[in-house]
Design a protein around this ligand. Structure first.
Ligand SMILES: [Zn+2]
Length: 335
């Protein structure tokens, strides 16, 4: 298993709207494997490779480069910072963690004037009660408007990966590895590494308008329910193949795209699971409602502890997902 690409990508700093470092790494990895690429005004990286099929169509694979994080809203006289979330990051999850402000590490602390206040604050934690301690604030230029993300130290344990920002550097890795290992293409392949999914889905919307693909597929993580007392209404688990999304709380996948993914997997003996996610959404929501509508679906990697510093997924699901994407580019699309 080649985990180098993922390691490089999860270690790169890239909160929503500040994806340059991730984008530069991806450009280096893909530039010799595509016909050409461009960066649009929002910062999306779009690469393409033309197919040779008689009835070829345009397929777009999308993964978002950005990760959840925080932004500094206030700095006190001693240099302690107050922050707001950028994307779905919760105070309960970040208390006690290390945050990386583009090279400067801060620690998340909690207000604790009395023992009772501390207990109370732990129970009802919100962003009013936490602060970030930069340790030596006078030495570093972190202030209002600075972005922070989880400090990354990815670990590969047996067949699993533990890291922050698997959402969605795992999708970026799948797109990169698909491009780097393509043999033949029937369809025209467009690959978009989008910006700002965690904040507004802005990147997906404009890239799909630009490309106007026949089929768009968002590649991202999804929830899993294979831990103690996991969500009873969720079916996805680690290690049973990538998940083909039917619906989440933001979008319903196009039925032809769902069938296309299923058919391609079945024909080639690739395992898959069906995904219905009753909370959350992906770039699929931005992709589908662009121009006069885009036939959109999503391929997801089941992941534990999404949006925490320790997301966990299974490498085999990633590899099967890459296989499925490569085969899909060879499929004749008939609608
Ligand atoms: Zn995501």
């Amino acid at each position: 298993m080649n985990t180098e690409t993922l390691k490089k990508l999860v270690e790169a700093f890239g909160p929503s709207g500040r994806e340059e470092k991730v984008r530069n790494i991806i450009i280096e990895l893909i530039k010799d494997h595509v016909d050409d690429y461009k960066i649009d005004r929002l910062g999306n990286l779009i690469a393409w490779k033309k197919g040779t099929g008689l009835n070829k169509k345009k397929i777009l694979f999308d993964a978002h480069m950005d990760q959840i994080g925080v932004i500094v809203t206030y700095k006190d006289k001693r240099g302690f910072l107050r922050v707001e979330p950028v994307g779905g990051i919760t105070p309960q999850v970040i208390y006690g963690t290390r945050l990386n402000f583009d090279g400067v590490i801060g620690v998340v602390g909690i207000e604790r004037e009395t023992a009772n206040a501390y207990k109370d604050n732990l129970k009802n934690l919100d962003f009013d009660k936490i602060y970030v301690d930069i340790a030596a604030p006078s030495k570093f230029d972190v202030g209002i408007g600075s972005f922070g993300v989880y400090d990354a130290n990815p670990i590969f344990v047996d067949t699993k990966v533990i890291s922050p920002a698997l959402d969605d550097r795992i999708g970026c890795t799948m797109l990169v590895e698909t491009l780097r290992s393509l043999d033949s293409l029937y369809n025209d392949l467009y690959v978009a590494f989008s910006v700002q999914e965690e904040h507004s889905l802005a990147g997906a919307r404009v890239e799909a308008f630009d490309i106007k693909p026949d089929v768009a597929i968002a590649v991202d993580v999804t929830d899993s329910a294979d831990t103690p007392k996991a969500d009873k209404r969720t079916s996805m688990v680690l290690g049973k193949g990538p998940a083909i999304k039917v619906m989440d709380s933001l979008s319903v996948s196009n039925s032809y795209v769902v069938e296309l993914l299923k058919r391609t997997a079945e024909k080639n003996n690739i395992r898959y699971q069906m995904e219905v996610l009753h909370m959350g959404g992906t770039d699929a929501y931005g992709l589908e409602r662009t121009a006069n509508g885009i036939s959109t679906g999503a391929l997801s990697i089941p992941t534990r502890y999404i949006h925490t510093p320790s997301e966990v997924c299974e490498w085999g699901d990633v590899e099967e997902g890459i296989q499925l994407m490569k085969l899909l580019i060879k499929e004749e699309i008939t609608f």
